[in-house]
Design a protein around this ligand. Structure first.
Ligand code: NYM
Length: 210
């Protein structure tokens, strides 16, 4: 039976080592000869992404609802490209996706259900790996950066919302990984989860949030 590419989202808190782990996963898939394409959200290169970038750097102010919708629009801009790649048999890895959208906006106080609405019907990942790190560990790693949201209290709230989101998924679809450990140990866990999907998936791409 024909297979399509797997859709993998890597979510995580700031300082969880997400960017390094995404690069390591991409290199591993490459070395195994598995076609892979990486997306990163927000994609700051699009017209919408430029507005998001300016907001995150505190160069502009936006209403919380408005920025939430822009983050979602940024995913919709690339949704068709993601679906096309999956249909061609390419594995798609996303560095952040809609779960970050919900987690960060709900952490600011917007209602969870409102936060989900603009992402309804986006392609749903087959597997989401959540790189979890305690604020204490993040502090040991040198603390947070300069951008908006990179504050300990906000990160705690984001982590709480991620836990709520995680509880809605089964163990095969959402895996929480302790990212406070050594890079190699985290990479090995990620590969154990991704490997079974890397040769392709039978069946259509699912939709958020069903
Ligand atoms: N972020 C990211 C959101 O608030 N909503 C979203 O939909 C997405 C995809 O942007 N602190 C936040 C989380 C991060 C920030 O992400 C920028 P990164 O991975 O640091 O570039």
């Amino acid at each position: 039976m024909a297979t399509r590419g797997a859709f993998i989202a890597i979510e995580g808190l700031d300082r969880s080592g997400k960017t390094t782990q995404v690069a390591t996963l991409q290199a591993r898939l490459d070395s195994e000869g598995i076609p892979v394409k990486l997306f990163k959200f927000p994609d700051r290169g699009t017209a919408v992404g430029k507005m998001i970038d300016s907001y995150l750097r505190s160069q502009s102010e936006l209403d919380d609802h408005a920025i939430h919708l822009l983050f979602s629009a940024n995913r919709w801009e690339l949704a068709a490209a993601i679906e096309q790649l999956l249909a061609q048999g390419t594995t798609v890895v996303c560095d952040r996706y809609a779960f970050s959208g919900v987690a960060f906006s709900a952490a600011k106080g917007l209602p969870l259900e409102w936060c989900r609405a603009p992402d309804v019907a986006l392609p749903a990942p087959d597997l989401t790996l959540f790189l979890d790190i305690t604020p204490e560990k993040a502090r040991e790693r040198g603390g947070y950066g300069e951008e908006r949201y990179e504050k300990e209290e906000m990160q705690r709230q984001v982590r709480d919302v991620f836990r709520v989101i995680a509880s809605e998924f089964d163990d095969a679809t959402w895996v929480t990984i302790d990212a406070g450990r050594k890079q190699d140990a985290v990479a090995a866990d990620i590969w154990d989860c991704v490997h079974p999907l890397a040769n392709g998936i039978v069946g259509p791409v699912q939709r958020l949030w069903v």
